[in-house]
Design a protein around this ligand. Structure first.
Ligand code: SAH
Length: 267
């Protein structure tokens, strides 16, 4: 028997932080890890677990997953199972790819603590969603999955053996986010105005993806990008924009530029 999860309702915490954070597991192989991840979330006050194409289709009902989830059976039962990372990131404004190894063209690399601190102002208003994305136990995340995210988080583990168990990596991030959200909650208690009214809202993941398709088409139309020999141009542009963090308005501007390039090129 478990209580219903009421994320972070026991102490002051940054508004919305616990409910606007989702943990995404991409193609996990072992149901036990999914159960352990559910437990890691619940112990830290989180409740939103999303699983992309699990090896065991109904992983949230798997006996091994249930056993490892223990008292977090409610979080496990509410696992959202989706077909693609794109679906998992729908409505997400800031996403972090967890990677045990360096990537040549990925977005900027953060430590879990820095990432958690940066997450605070993003979720503070309760309007924006964030996601932490974890890879498969054996192969990790693909480069394409990493490049779709706004940042990379690397847990600075023993360089001689830096690959943590999947659920343990989830635990580290859930803990750091909890610490950051709570610290901000206490600060907010003391002096309420922490939401920056001038901060422009970030674009949602799906709008950024549509912008990249539009921009790529435009660059092909003026022969700047050769589809037969793309030379990592799009991953490099992705990295550039991930570094700045795109607002909704900036995505509109970039789409406007792409649209006008296409109009001129087809004239
Ligand atoms: N052999 C895989 C590691 C898989 S571990 C690889 O080389 O990528 C399963 C997942 O746990 C990883 O995809 C990553 O999301 C997370 N993880 C494990 N160790 C990590 C670390 N040191 N830093 C960040 N994420 C880590």
């Amino acid at each position: 028997m478990t209580d219903t999860v009421r994320p972070g309702d026991d102490e002051p915490a940054v508004a919305g932080g616990f409910t606007s954070t989702r943990f995404v597991l991409v193609e996990p192989s072992h149901p036990g890890n999914v159960g352990s991840a559910a437990r890691a979330l619940k112990t830290m006050g989180f409740a939103r677990l999303v699983v992309v194409r699990p090896k065991v289709a109904h992983v949230h009902e798997d006996p091994e997953a249930c056993a490892m989830a223990s008292g977090a059976d409610d979080v496990l039962a509410n696992t959202h199972i989706v077909d693609s990372l794109e679906d998992a990131l729908s409505g997400v404004h800031w996403s972090l790819a967890l990677s045990a190894r360096p990537r040549e063209y990925g977005p900027p690399v953060l430590t879990p603590r820095t990432a958690a601190e940066r997450a605070v102002p993003i979720v503070a208003g309760g309007q924006q969603e964030i996601a932490l994305v974890f890879g498969n136990e054996r192969v990790g995340l693909s480069n394409a999955d990493v490049e779709r995210c706004s940042g990379i988080v690397h847990i600075p583990a023993n360089p001689a053996y830096s690959s943590l168990n999947l659920a343990q990596a989830v635990q580290v991030l859930a803990y750091e986010l909890r610490m950051a959200f709570q610290a901000q909650g206490h600060a907010q208690h003391a002096s309420p105005a922490i939401v920056d009214p001038d901060a422009s809202p970030l674009a949602a993941s799906e709008d950024v993806e549509r912008m990249f398709v539009h921009l790529e088409n435009a660059l092909v139309s003026i022969d700047f990008l050769d589809p037969a020999n793309p030379k990592k141009l799009m991953p490099r542009l992705r990295r550039l924009f991930a570094r700045t963090g795109l607002s909704r308005e900036e995505v509109h501007i970039l789409r406007g530029i792409a649209k006008h390039i296409l109009l001129k090129a087809h004239r």
